[in-house]
Each structure stands twice: as structure tokens, then as C-alpha cells.
Design a protein around this ligand. Sequence first.
Ligand SMILES: *Cc1c(COP(=O)(O)O)cnc(C)c1O
Length: 354
Amino acid sequence: MLDIKITRTDSPKEKPQGPLGFGKIFTDHMFMMNYTEGQGWHDPRIVPFQDLTLSPACVVFHYGQEMFEGLKAYRGEDGKSYLFRPDMNGKRTNKSNERLCIPQLPVEDFVQAVKAIVKVDEDWIPSDPGTSLYIRPFIIGTDAFLGVAPSQTYLFMIILSPSGAYYSSGLEPVGIWIEDDYVRAVRGGMGFAKTGGNYACSLAAQVKAHDDGYSQVLWLDGVERKYIEEVGAMNIFFKIDGKIVTPMLNGSILPGITRDSVLHLCRAWGLPTEERRISVDELLEAQKGGKLEEVFGTGTAAVISPVGKLRYQDEVMTIGDGSIGPVSQKLYDTVTGIQLGKLEDPFGWRVAID
Ligand SMILES: *Cc1c(COP(=O)(O)O)cnc(C)c1O
């Protein structure tokens, strides 16, 4: 158990009116905890949201030793606040930490810290349909040292951002660019870790895709550029000839919590699921044979993001009739229904903040 010291702000901000957007508004407080070699994690505290003072020589600025997480708090039907599978974010934190030589953080401390900061800023959780409080835990290496070595001091922080409905007018299918030049990750690299470096190296392809009118990049494997990996910040699923197929976790793909939840639900519904390698050629062939029935991304931000168009080199595959497929819709309704307490929670995924 962490002994969290709470210092409340004297000047609470005005709550935003109107559309919230994503990631631009921050709440009144933040969580902080330091790590020092020999001492471990110490001084857990909640303080007014504020800028940091750090040495310009900090490891994180030069060598990118950092990790982050993303989850949400929801205002339930009953007015109470809920998290969705926060222990999974705690476990994934430690997988990322291990890869990046960041010290381990007990999962129960992670969950306690998330609950504590959300509790303090609970009145920032929006309640309009589709809105939530986005939670961003992250850890940075803070040694002021230009040598390349794991930092001996770290800062673990959690900031909160009220976020708007991802879809303003129903679940609209997006266009996806299959990138065949740049790659995001390779096996043995850090694709499975949630870390800024994976995003820094994705920007160039994202700009290219945006310039061409596509909203997201779908990455291929880093070696043969033949097999499907994942989308920018989402895992990807295909419904091919009645089967729900997604790339297997091979070390270069981020193990999404939404991905895991979707697989659980599909299996519970008796839908055949497969986690395996999927080549672009297989998709092109399935499309030509009329067997590529649905395509959707999964991630905390959008939950389910239907894909209406996939571009690969000179080929553009149009999926379905431009509206969301039935399995995608059912998954969206079920996951969000569980998150908000509208539906039963057979897997025990919903966690109340009390
Ligand atoms: C966070 C993330 C996802 C989605 O993970 P969830 O736990 O479902 O939010 C997928 N891919 C990448 C690269 C990510 O960073």
C-alpha cells in the first residue's frame, strides 16, 4: 500500500464547456512518485497540476528512456466512477519497464495510484454519452547524465484529461494506409512495449498517409513487409469467411487490452477466432473472393474503429458497404456497455472507484 500524500489546489480550474476533443485539457491535480536506486519507489503524492523542473541533461530527453500507459475512467449509469481492467495496464507497465530497464512497479501500487488520482479529480469525469476521463500514467528516466546507461532515478506520473466522444455521428469507418516502406518495429526490438520511441518512428509514415487522405497507418512486419502487424495506436482484426482473425502477438505488436477483451467476447459468443500471421496477399485474395467481411481496429481511445477502406500500393480495398459491420457493432456495444455498467460484467472487468 502506498501512503499517498495529497496537496489540493487553491485555485481549481473552470470545467470546460462544449466539445472536449482529446488530450488538450488537463484536470486540477496529478500523481507523482520518485524512484532512486537503493531506495526504491518513494514519496507518492498528489499535487496541483503543474509544469516540471528538470535538468536539460535528463536521460529521457536524449535517449528516450520512458514508457507510458493509457486507460479511461467512466461515469457509470449509476453515477459512480469506473475503470476497465486497470490491472492489465499495471502488468503491461512492467513488461514495458523490463524492456526499457526501468524498475518494476508493483501492479497493486499502480492501480492504487490510478484510483487515488481519479478520486481526487472525480468531478472531472464527464458524463455525456461517449465521453470519459483519459488517464495517462508514464515513467521517465531523470538522471542528469549524458552517458548511455539506464537511469538510476525515475519519475512516475499520472495526468488526466477529460475527453470527448470519439465518434460524433455513429461509428464511421476510416480509411487505412498499408505502409510498405517504413516499418514500426521488429522482433527483438520494442514493439510490444508502450514507449514513445515507437511513436517517434511512426510519424513520418503517418504524415505520408494523412497527405494522401488516409487517417491511420497499418504496419507490416519489419523483415519481409508482408505480414500485417497493427495500426498506429490500435490492434487490427479481420472477419474473413466467418472467422475473426488477428495477428498473433509476436514481440513486435503491442498487446492491447481491448484486443484481449475482444478475443474473450468473440470466444464467449462462439465465433471462431484465430491469432496467426496474416499476409497482405491473403487480404487481397479474400477481398477479391468477397470473403473480407469486416475490418476493425481495437484500442482504448475508440474501443472499436471500423475500417471502410484499405490501401496497399495501387490497390484500394473497399470493405462492406461503407457502414459498420454487425460484429464490429456488437463488440462496440458490448465493451462500452460493460464499461458503463449498462450490461452485466461476466468477466469482472469493471472496477469501481470508491
Ligand atoms: C496502446 C496501443 C494499442 C491499444 O492498446 P489498448 O490497451 O487496447 O488501448 C495498440 N497499439 C499500440 C501501438 C498502442 O500503443
